[in-house]
Design a protein around this ligand. Structure first.
Ligand SMILES: NC(=O)c1ccc[n+]([C@@H]2O[C@H](COP(=O)([O-])OP(=O)(O)OC[C@H]3O[C@@H](n4cnc5c(N)ncnc54)[C@H](O)[C@@H]3O)[C@@H](O)[C@H]2O)c1
Length: 433
């Protein structure tokens, strides 16, 4: 099939690479000439394990073509995926300007029947608006259908997730659109949920919000665990083994972040306000997440008796989660800002996210170092903010020797408290001590 993908971010580029690898001819549209030139040489604008290899292979095979031209991409495409960003506006609603801009360009360039499917996460009703935008500019005799195909890939495991999805959601009005999308997904093993456009749009917000809810639930329980002397990890294991609940995402720590959970919870809250339904549960999820950052900072502040002036802190991990360089809404950002405001000197190390961190934290004085041990040298404490595998396998004895004070604040519970204490650390986990 000929496909057009609008946007070459995490969703667009991974979708383009995977469908090209499955034998389709995929045209991927971008707006930035330098990024398109780099992509033509197989260079990804972001880090995602294994992605560059698949991109390179399919560029060479001429199945994956990058372009600035909507006209080249959209002409004769059977399916067009909108994969542009939908960040939060100041009022929490999703900013849909990129989606509508893309829809306008698609409309102007449609040459024959195509399915215009939105993979971007958009509030209920958006795809109907996309249809109007296209109708307003397209040639009269050209037919198209809209569809909602929300994306569920996770950064860090995006290729695997796209090829092995738990489910593929297709929301469409016509059988023709459903058939085209089913044909495209035929080689992918996954359960299909075929539904209406509105339901498909809602599934995505509900999915991300229940995952964020599990994290905030674990954090709310962890606050209490610290007071009563319980171990949140064991509590979550104890409840997560119940098949009705499940262990995944019941993770206490410094809070959720990334390009999806924070903005999608906000957008769902905005939808409850718009339609005047009860949004208290979702508001609590957001509030607890913010408290999780604050609680972590407070623990550090308290340990140093309120005085962080000139305390040197080794921060391990900046990305919002491991195996990505994505810094969007990363918990490290509010935590580091607060610590610096309190006078701390931050020495940070992240295996992949340094470049993006320098941009996001541009106005914050941070010393970026190139290894964990360099960060630890002469530091007053270690703060774990991302659970990169390499942090789990450190030479802890070496780390202890390098530190001025053997103190660890573990915002991701990657170490065992008993072991840390045995090694002579003052160890502060999250929801367990
Ligand atoms: N990142 C994830 O893990 C993930 C997972 C599932 C769903 N989503 C959703 O998918 C959407 C995209 O997310 P992302 O992380 O890939 O975003 P991103 O910011 O990484 O990429 C967006 C891309 O769209 C491009 N773009 C914007 N307007 C354009 C236009 N008019 N024409 C051509 N290109 C344009 C940008 O240049 C960029 O390359 C969002 O709605 C997001 O919520 C993201």
């Amino acid at each position: 099939m000929k496909l057009a993908i609008i946007g070459h971010g995490y969703v667009g580029l991974v979708t383009a690479a995977v469908f090209a690898d499955l034998g389709n001819t995929v045209w991927c549209v971008g707006r930035t000439p330098e990024k398109i030139e780099a992509l033509k040489n197989g260079i990804s604008p972001f880090y995602e394990p294994g992605l560059e290899e698949v991109v390179k292979k399919n560029v060479v095979a001429k199945r994956l073509i990058f372009t600035l031209s909507y006209s080249d991409a959209v002409r004769d495409a059977e399916i067009i995926f909108i994969c542009v960003g939908t960040p939060s506006l100041a009022n929490g609603e999703a900013d849909l300007s990129s989606v509508f801009a893309a829809a306008g360009e698609i409309g102007k360039n449609l040459s024959g029947y195509a399915v215009v499917a939105c993979k971007s996460t958009v509030p209920v009703g958006t795809n109907r608006e996309v249809e109007k935008v296209i109708n307003a500019v397209k040639l009269k005799n050209v037919q198209f259908d809209i569809a909602s195909c929300p994306e569920f890939l996770r950064e860090g495991t995006a290729l695997h997730d796209t090829l092995n999805p738990d489910r593929i959601v297709i929301g469409a009005d016509t059988q023709k659109a459903k058939d085209a999308l089913l044909r495209l997904h035929e080689p992918i093993d996954g359960r299909f949920v075929i539904t209406t456009i509105e339901t498909a749009e809602m599934i995505k917000y509900a999915a991300n919000t229940i995952l964020a809810t599990k994290i905030s639930f674990a954090n709310a329980v962890s606050f209490l665990c610290e007071k009563v002397g319980a171990d949140v990890e064991k509590v979550m294991e104890g409840i997560g083994l119940d098949k009705r609940i499940g262990r995944q995402f019941l993770r206490a720590g410094v809070g959720y972040g990334g390009s999806c959970f924070p903005k999608d919870v906000k957008a769902l809250i905005a939808m409850t306000k718009k339609y005047r339904t009860e949004g208290g549960l979702f508001e609590a999820v957001e509030k607890i997440n913010k408290l999780s950052h604050e609680h972590f900072v407070e623990k550090v502040r308290k340990f140093f008796k309120g005085d962080l002036k000139n305390k040197r802190l080794a921060v391990l991990g900046l990305a919002f989660k491991p195996d990505t360089d994505d810094m969007r809404d990363a918990p490290s950002v509010p935590v580091i800002k607060d610590l610096v405001k309190l006078g701390a000197r931050v020495f940070a190390y992240d295996p992949k996210a340094e470049v993006n961190a320098k941009r996001v934290l541009a106005d914050i004085p941070i010393v970026y170092v190139s290894s964990v041990y360099e960060a630890c040298k002469g530091s007053d404490a270690v703060l774990v903010l991302t659970e990169w595998n390499e942090f789990k396998q450190l030479d802890l004895i070496k780390m202890k020797k390098l530190l001025k004070n053997p103190v660890v604040f573990d915002g991701r519970n990657i170490y065992e408290p008993e072991n840390m204490k045995k090694l002579g650390f003052k160890y502060f986990g999250t929801g367990r001590n």
